[in-house]
Design a protein around this ligand. Structure first.
Ligand SMILES: Cc1ncc(COP(=O)(O)O)c(C=O)c1O
Length: 512
């Protein structure tokens, strides 16, 4: 038996299997965490960088084989990152091939939980168990290894959302949602009190992709929602049309997600009415859509759509409506999950009476999949299936991340750092009200709007030139998606650079 397996079976492991994360320590700060003490103290832009940079030549090399156009640009030049050089890419700082060090508030599209080269993850990678898991990739759904139940319990099941006792492991967020849709379709008969059997006629007609074997069933989604780019998830994705154009789609409906006005306390009644308008649209879609709606999918915060929030009451009502109509409620926590909103799962903020039927995850868990209720476990085996069904090494990394979140009480840190950031952004949005609007967020999952796309894009570009990587989203929003280890020290490195570029934008657009 390998060392880590023995470790998993030790008394410490039994603590993990309590299916919840326990806060055991005061959150570390940049001054008390030995790891953060070794980070760069602030962004560094290499003054010696030349126009014939290392990044440019690596980009040219990659572009012989792959489309390099989406690569992140800084002043028109691709940013090629250097993850290997420990002292350089560390914690919340990302080094590039040309010796620059960026404060990374983008974190690989919100998917870095503990920053770069975190010792908890590096140590997990050095275990015997990891080496064997990397060297031998089993079909987890067919021939699972002996330690698979322990790994599941020490990683994903330990944070299973309340009421969801089943897990299906996938490889990315899109495939998690893809399987969630299939799970809802397979469960449709059961949810609607129809005998859960498959007739000879269904078996024959599904081969020709026609009803009743291939029934007409729909997933309801929200405008500005993003759920992935595979064939079915793309049909539920409603952000940029360029993702969808030219690709066949299911004829599934979408309804408006509330567009709240800020500050929330000033527009309480308008926002209440706006949410009711959208709830009426949901009800009408479920009751009148020509194709029966099997599932509704929603992000707790519409992230790619520009960080659109709604009240807890809105989501409670969505749950009530879906329950009333036997529609499977899928909460897409691919981006919001794993602590960034100040709770482990963002939907915990809602205090639902009855949990969602399915919760999908990926990104900061570093392993993807879905949690689902017993009711949705298919009657016949292998209806949802694939070769690998997840990836053992990624689940071991998830375990290391969850250990560190628990041991260093990172969710408390997210809450205090998030409050600190908001407490500075709000006065900035008064001082620079023409460009920083509608500051909003939970935990460090924070965003604001710019007056238009031109100023937003300029802001993101100027911040990069100052050594800060940040994300544009929606048509005119800027979003913070840092690792969970972000501290006030990082915010203190960000703020003067932010004010400096705001002054530049003011000078350019409103010179006096
Ligand atoms: C909310 C949400 N769902 C699904 C996805 C798709 O995940 P992936 O890119 O891993 O397929 C994303 C990706 O950004 C996302 O933000």
């Amino acid at each position: 038996m390998f060392a880590t397996t023995r470790f998993l079976r030790s008394s410490k492991y039994r603590l993990f299997s309590s299916l919840s994360l326990k806060a055991v320590a005061k959150p570390k700060t940049a001054l008390t965490d030995p790891f953060l003490l070794t980070e760069p103290t602030e962004p560094f832009m290499n003054p010696l960088e030349t126009s014939t940079s290392v990044s440019a030549s690596i980009k040219d090399h990659i572009s012989k084989y792959q489309d390099a156009r989406p690569f992140m640009l800084i002043a028109g030049k691709s940013l090629i990152i250097n993850l290997f050089c420990y002292p350089q890419s560390k914690g919340c700082y990302l080094a590039d091939a040309d010796g620059n060090k960026y404060l990374d508030l983008h974190a690989q599209i919100s998917s870095v939980a503990l920053g770069y080269n975190h010792p908890a993850i590096l140590n997990a990678c050095k275990s015997d168990e990891m080496v064997i898991a990397l060297a031998n990739r089993p079909c987890l759904g067919l021939l699972p290894p002996t330690n698979w139940p322990e790994i599941l319990e020490a990683s994903h099941m330990r944070v299973a959302p309340k009421g969801l006792t089943n897990i299906f492991n996938t490889t990315c967020g899109s495939s998690a949602n893809e399987i969630a849709f299939k799970t809802a379709f397979i469960g449709y008969k059961k949810f609607h009190g129809i005998p859960d059997t498959i007739s000879e006629e269904e078996l024959a007609t599904c081969q020709d992709n026609i009803a009743p074997g291939s029934p007409e069933l729909a997933v309801l989604s929200f405008r500005n929602g993003f759920h992935g780019r595979t064939m079915s998830t793309l049909s539920a994705t409603r952000t940029k049309p360029i993702y969808k154009a030219g690709i066949p789609a299911f004829p599934w409906p979408a309804v408006d997600f509330p567009k709240l006005r800020y500050p929330l306390d000033r527009f309480e009644q308008e926002n209440y009415d706006e949410e009711n308008r959208c709830l009426d649209l949901v009800k009408a879609a479920i009751e009148t859509n020509p194709i029966p709606i099997a599932a509704m999918i929603v992000e707790p915060i519409l992230s790619e759509g520009g960080d659109l929030h709604a009240s807890d009451r809105f989501f409670q009502e969505l749950r009530r409506i879906t329950k009333e109509h036997n529609v499977v409620m899928i909460v897409d926590e691919v981006q919001t999950g794993v602590g960034a909103t100040g709770k482990f799962w963002a939907h915990e903020h809602w205090n639902l009476d009855s949990p969602p039927d399915i919760v999908t995850f990926s990104k900061k868990m570093q392993a993807a999949g879905l949690f689902y209720s017993d009711e949705l476990r298919p009657l016949v085996p292998m209806r949802n299936f694939n070769t690998w069904m997840g990836d053992q090494p990624r689940s071991l990394i998830a375990k290391a991340i969850l250990d560190e979140i628990e041991e260093s009480n990172l969710i408390a840190l997210v809450n205090s750092t998030g409050k600190y950031l908001i407490s500075h952004l709000k006065p900035i949005s008064i001082r620079y009200g023409r460009v920083v609007k509608n500051v909003r967020g939970k935990g460090t999952f924070i965003a604001f709007d710019c007056p238009n796309q031109e100023i937003r894009d300029l802001m993101v570009m100027l911040l990069k030139a100052e050594g800060v990587l940040i994300n544009a989203s929606g048509s005119n929003s800027v979003r913070f998606r840092p690792p969970l280890i972000l501290t006030k020290t990082h915010i203190n490195a960000f703020l003067p650079r932010f004010e400096s570029i705001l002054n530049k934008i003011y000078k350019q657009f409103w010179p006096q």
